[in-house]
Design a protein around this ligand. Structure first.
Ligand code: PHE
Length: 327
């Protein structure tokens, strides 16, 4: 019997062997039946031996079953019509995430205008994110930015403006940079996610070389590049690190300025913050006799508008059905 199991060639034959041993009318059933007619003194030894045999044969059967099964799978793969090593020839291609695509388009514009790209850390300290940007501790304007704090006054940067400080501390003027990247704020609703992206711009040169007029020109030109034929409006505003400051609006791309739900019936969409660099910022980095301008804008906001995305949160759920629509 042991030999038959070892030389057995198919799972079907093996099942037959199993039945002949362990089936209702199999050898073991017959042997155990014999016990009844044995004298009590012999029953124990007989049962022990029989159980040992049973175990031995069960193991033999199981081992053989495993070998035959894996052989069967291999055979199936060899015979089967599916060649696992063959590449699928249907071309499928990935695509940029709408936020990255929008970011790339912005970068392309500024690089063409001779800006270079700077990056900074996502985990910042209080000095670069606030203090040096004319936002001293307990300054009420810190409330504008709901911050994620770590211990030891470290934090997740709330804007890309700390890269202004890092760049000025490391380089001498003139400066002409943009800085794209992720920023973090405690916000979560239709148009806000705790992580989003901004692009920062900073231009600094000798006193009098760059002015608000340069800022106005470049931002108007940039917004027309991004949104096509729109009107651009500069509105007085406040940022601690710029003086004067302006928020920049474009005429609503949905209603062409008539007034609709997206623009809250104002005809205008708020796009970015900007201004002339505040002298306190230059003091903080030890720059003298210079002037400059800076601006910052949220990339998701632009992506939402140009792609008509109603819920910003959907962009970060990684649902391919949504992302495939932006191929
Ligand atoms: N850092 C500002 C914000 O996050 C934007 C800004 C950048 C405004 C540069 C003015 C100048 O809201």
């Amino acid at each position: 019997m042991k030999r038959s199991i070892k030389t057995c060639k198919s799972l079907k034959d093996l099942e037959q062997l199993r039945l002949s041993l362990f089936g209702k009318k199999g050898s073991f059933a017959k042997e155990f039946a014999k016990m009844k007619s044995l004298p009590n003194s012999e029953k124990k030894d007989f049962a022990q031996k029989l159980n040992a045999d049973k175990e031995l044969f069960l193991n033999l059967l199981n081992d053989k079953k495993m070998i035959l099964e894996s052989e069967a799978i291999e055979q199936e793969m060899r015979d089967g019509s599916v060649d696992m090593t063959l590449f699928d020839s249907t071309p499928t291609s990935g695509a940029l995430h709408p936020v990255m695509e929008t970011m790339d388009k912005m970068i392309e514009y500024f690089v063409s205008m001779n800006f270079s790209i700077e990056e900074g850390p996502l985990v910042e300290d209080d000095f670069h994110n606030f203090e040096a940007l004319n936002l001293p501790k307990y300054h009420p304007a810190r409330d504008m930015q709901d911050t994620f704090y770590f211990k030891d006054s470290m934090l997740l940067r709330t804007h890309t403006s700390p890269v202004q400080i890092r760049t000025m501390l490391k380089e001498k003027p003139p400066i002409r940079i943009i800085s794209p990247g992720a920023v973090f704020r405690r916000d979560y609703d239709l148009t806000h996610t705790p992580m989003f992206h901004q692009i920062e711009g900073l231009v600094v040169d000798k006193e009098g070389v760059v002015s608000f007029a340069n800022l106005k020109f470049i931002l108007e030109d940039f917004l027309k590049y991004m949104f096509g034929d729109v009107k651009v409006r500069f509105r007085p505003s406040f940022f601690p690190f710029t003086e004067p400051s302006a928020e920049v609006d474009i005429s609503c791309i949905f209603c062409k300025g008539e007034g609709c739900r997206v623009c809250s019936h104002t005809g205008w969409l708020e796009i970015l913050g900007s201004g002339v660099v505040d002298p306190n910022v230059f003091d903080a980095v030890g720059y003298k006799d210079v002037s400059g301008y800076a601006f910052g804008l949220g990339i998701e906001r632009v992506a939402m508008l140009t792609h008509k995305i109603p819920d910003l949160r959907s962009l970060f759920e990684g649902d391919l059905r949504l992302l495939e629509q932006f191929r």
